[in-house]
Design a protein around this ligand. Structure first.
Ligand SMILES: C[C@](O)(CO)[C@H](O)COP(=O)(O)OP(=O)(O)OC[C@H]1O[C@@H](n2ccc(N)nc2=O)[C@H](O)[C@@H]1O
Ligand SMILES: Nc1ncnc2c1ncn2[C@@H]1O[C@H](COP(=O)(O)OP(=O)(O)OP(=O)(O)O)[C@@H](O)[C@H]1O
Length: 289
């Protein structure tokens, strides 16, 4: 049996850092939502007891460093599985972009192998395993929209925001998440209103959602890469309703409700940025199953 699994990207509508923890991670409080920009993971059983990664993207490792490899390996070790699998990854999500591409590939691999190897694990169990691979993996196991706390692995699902377009523009740089967190001064943070964002989503109040978007990592990445600020300014100037950097960046996203404005923003960005996407929010969490 071959299995094809969708691995959607995420954006952070609100991202706050509360403090640095003794274990080196940062305690976060953030609202994340999946978007219809996705990698595809194909899982094929192998006769030998090995994990093989196939990817035609030169930025994606094809060995144990690949997060999808780590997901398969974790299941094999935890449940003593002797079967092999070939994992073919078709990338659409830009790499090292703040969109959780690798994390989503790992989450899709966990969901898919749960079926292929008939493990019968719940999403909560898969999410707990995912947290061992990376902080964003638990959210990606569920998808949809959530309030994430802890180091990002404690997930409370919330309704999805009202429908809108998401325009994404990625400058031609990749960002190291570890470096961005390292450069964050936790004593000089202007905290976004994450609770307000959750409330606005519950109320389906699009204008309020737009007014509350905020990400404390944005300033850090912008200092390192001024092109992020430039893209943000341009996206605002072209008429997006709200504009923010996702995760640790460098991708900037804009929310737009009117189709007419979408084309203007998209074409304007394409004038100076190679990687521009216009997609929809993905909707509720259980659409992934
Ligand atoms: C920026 C976000 O993408 C927002 O969703 C996440 O917080 C990062 O999630 P991620 O890429 O899955 O992060 P991980 O792979 O777990 O960690 C990469 C590195 O980022 C830093 N890190 C990550 C998460 C966190 N809450 N605090 C941290 O300080 C740590 O230095 C860690 O070594
Ligand atoms: N399946 C994968 N797809 C992409 N990158 C991967 C994958 N597995 C491992 N990597 C490595 O992880 C690094 C970060 O890539 P990724 O695209 O996941 O970053 P990101 O979108 O910034 O993640 P996040 O938003 O969770 O911080 C890459 O430079 C790459 O070397």
């Amino acid at each position: 049996m071959r299995l094809l699994v969708k691995a959607p990207a995420k954006i952070n509508l609100s991202l706050d850092v509360l403090h640095k923890r003794p274990d080196g991670y940062h305690e976060v409080k953030m609202v994340m939502t999946t978007i219809d920009l996705a990698d595809w993971i194909e899982l094929m059983p192998l006769p030998s007891d090995t994990i093989k990664i196939v990817s035609h993207n030169r930025f994606v490792p094809d060995d144990h460093r690949n997060l999808a490899y780590q997901a398969a390996n974790l299941l094999k070790e935890t449940f003593g599985i002797r079967e092999g699998v070939a994992i073919s990854i078709t990338k659409t999500i830009p790499v090292a972009a703040g969109l959780a591409g690798g994390s989503s590939d790992a989450a899709a691999t966990l969901r898919g192998l749960n079926k292929l190897w008939k493990l019968g694990l719940t999403l909560d169990e898969l999410a707990a395993l995912g947290a061992k691979i990376g902080s964003d993996v638990s959210f990606c196991v569920y998808g949809g929209t959530a309030l994430a706390t802890g180091r990002g692995e404690k997930i409370e699902s919330i309704p999805s925001p009202p429908p809108c377009w998401v325009i994404l523009a990625k400058p031609t740089i990749g960002v190291s998440t570890a470096e961005v967190y390292r450069n964050l001064n936790v004593n000089a943070i202007r905290h976004p209103d994450v609770d307000g964002m959750v409330q606005a989503i519950h109320n389906q109040d699009y204008e309020r959602i737009c007014s509350l978007v905020g990400n404390v990592l944005e300033e850090v990445t912008m200092k390192m890469y001024p092109e992020v600020a430039h893209i943000k300014e341009q996206m605002k100037r072209f008429g997006a309703d709200a504009v923010l950097m996702s995760g640790s960046g460098p991708t900037v996203f804009g929310l737009v409700q009117h189709d007419s404005r979408l084309h203007r923003i998209y074409n304007g960005l394409r004038g100076f940025c190679d990687q521009v996407f216009a997609v929809r929010l993905l909707g509720e969490r259980n659409l992934l199953d």
